[in-house]
Design a protein around this ligand. Structure first.
Ligand SMILES: Cc1ncc(COP(=O)(O)O)c(C=O)c1O
Length: 414
């Protein structure tokens, strides 16, 4: 039996933060999103594929900062490129620096849907900009969405503080559910500006879904049939599933797409890319600007990240390691009596607990993730994980073994 972690410093910092910050921490990083009392609340430092909390416990980081860490934490080549820019040029000026064009050129070479790009900072910036571009271009107002697209008024689930009129023209359908989509398109037909969808399905606390045969192809056809734009939200899949995005892997080219997270290996950068004719509404009709959007440090980081991904076949390596890991964990789960599911391989591994009439699955989930964190594997109970280039084969073998040990211990408790 693995013993409970010492988390005194985390607890102290949390109590201090409760007095300073509403809820101590924002959103998904709050303790209730893990197992309260068992997971650390504050990290101190990270390197490669590992993180260390403020009590000195070291974990294999299978959450990768919720997606940005594609290569590894504190990747020296990237950090050095950024430091050089700080020391030699600066990064926050009244006019734009040349690196904008270099990065836009790279995006155009790599991403099938990209003729032009704009760079912003967060995934929410980029999805919201894409929606505004789509509405500006089509002169229509309705949006059909599938997946999490960020915290802005038009798409966030928690509606507190948001007037109804700001999201009343937005309708949601479930991933792989073409009937729902067709019904919505029929109903709102020629007033739909865009269908925005994540190329892989990753609903919160539910298994990750790959596209069923012809799903994305049919979504593309439906959008064309109704004259609505198709927007791929590649914030999680971009620079992870493939260098050209999931769109290149799956062979479907949307009109617009959105990137973020892994694009800068942790530096805050995101992008909207698309057909020139559509993107050109940003020339005058549609407005997009912010003090920090043109800052160049993140652009430098993104260029270096992309250079390393290409040079070292980072995504090929992640896919290979992820496939081996997925196979190991799938076998463990198939041989276990615990009612759980593995999904998301090779890119977004996740263990979810199947619902039962007595709601026992919630207890099982908390118990399993408790056993796992005590074994120094940092995975989230309500969100899939990620694999980084710096995770070694030994790291992933260890994680698979700890999943097996935890499930075996859980079986004994059943
Ligand atoms: C698919 C997707 N789109 C958009 C967002 C919003 O990105 P951000 O949190 O950087 O604003 C996220 C964040 O998790 C996401 O997963």
């Amino acid at each position: 039996m693995a013993t409970q972690l010492t988390l005194n410093n985390s607890t102290k910092l949390y109590e201090q933060a409760l007095e300073l910050i509403p809820g101590a921490i924002l959103g998904i990083r709050r303790p209730y999103n893990f197992v309260p009392g068992e997971y650390p609340i504050f990290f101190d430092h990270a390197k490669g594929g590992k993180v260390v909390d403020v009590d000195g416990n070291e974990y294999i980081d299978m959450l990768c900062a919720y997606g940005p860490i594609i290569i590894g934490h504190r990747e020296e080549e990237i950090d050095n490129a950024v430091i050089e820019q700080i020391k030699n040029k600066g990064f926050c000026m009244s006019l734009t620096q040349e690196v904008q064009n270099t990065l836009a050129n790279k995006m155009q070479q790599l991403i099938p849907s990209c003729q032009k790009s704009v760079f912003v900072k967060t995934g929410s910036d980029a999805t919201s900009a894409a929606i505004r571009i789509a509405r500006g271009y089509t002169k229509r107002k309705k949006i059909i969405r599938c997946g999490y697209h960020g915290w802005h008024d038009w798409c966030i689930e928690v509606k507190g503080g948001i007037p109804t009129k700001l999201y009343e023209d937005v309708y949601e359908f479930s991933y792989n559910n073409l009937n729902q989509l067709e019904r919505l398109m029929n109903e709102h037909s020629h007033d739909v500006a865009a269908i925005i969808i994540t190329p892989l399905g990753h609903p919160l606390a539910q298994p990750v879904e790959m596209p069923e045969p012809n799903f994305l192809e049919t979504v593309r056809q439906i959008s064309e049939h109704y004259g609505a734009l198709l927007v791929f939200d590649e914030v999680r899949s971009g620079f992870r599933v493939g260098l050209g995005g999931a769109q290149k892997e799956f062979g479907i080219t949307p009109d617009l797409s959105v990137f973020g997270k892994a694009m800068g290996n942790g530096y805050p950068i995101s992008a909207v890319v698309g057909k020139a004719e559509i993107m050109d509404v940003l020339k005058s009709e549609v407005y997009l600007s912010s003090t920090f959007f043109p800052n160049s440090l993140e652009q430098i980081a993104a260029l270096k990240t992309i250079e390393i991904i290409e040079r070292d076949d980072v995504l090929g390596d992640i896919k290979n390691k992820g496939e081996i890991f997925a196979e190991q964990v799938s076998k463990v789960i198939a041989n276990s009596k615990v009612n759980c599911t593995f999904s998301g391989g090779p890119w977004m591994p996740y263990i979810t607990f199947n619902k039962d009439d007595l709601n026992k699955y919630k207890e099982l989930r908390a118990s399993f993730y408790t056993k796992l964190i005590r074994r120094k594997v940092f995975l989230q109970p309500y969100h899939h994980g990620y694999i980084a280039y710096r995770h070694t084969s030994e790291d992933l073998k260890y994680v698979a073994e700890m999943i097996e040990e935890s499930l075996k211990e859980l079986e004994k408790d059943l």
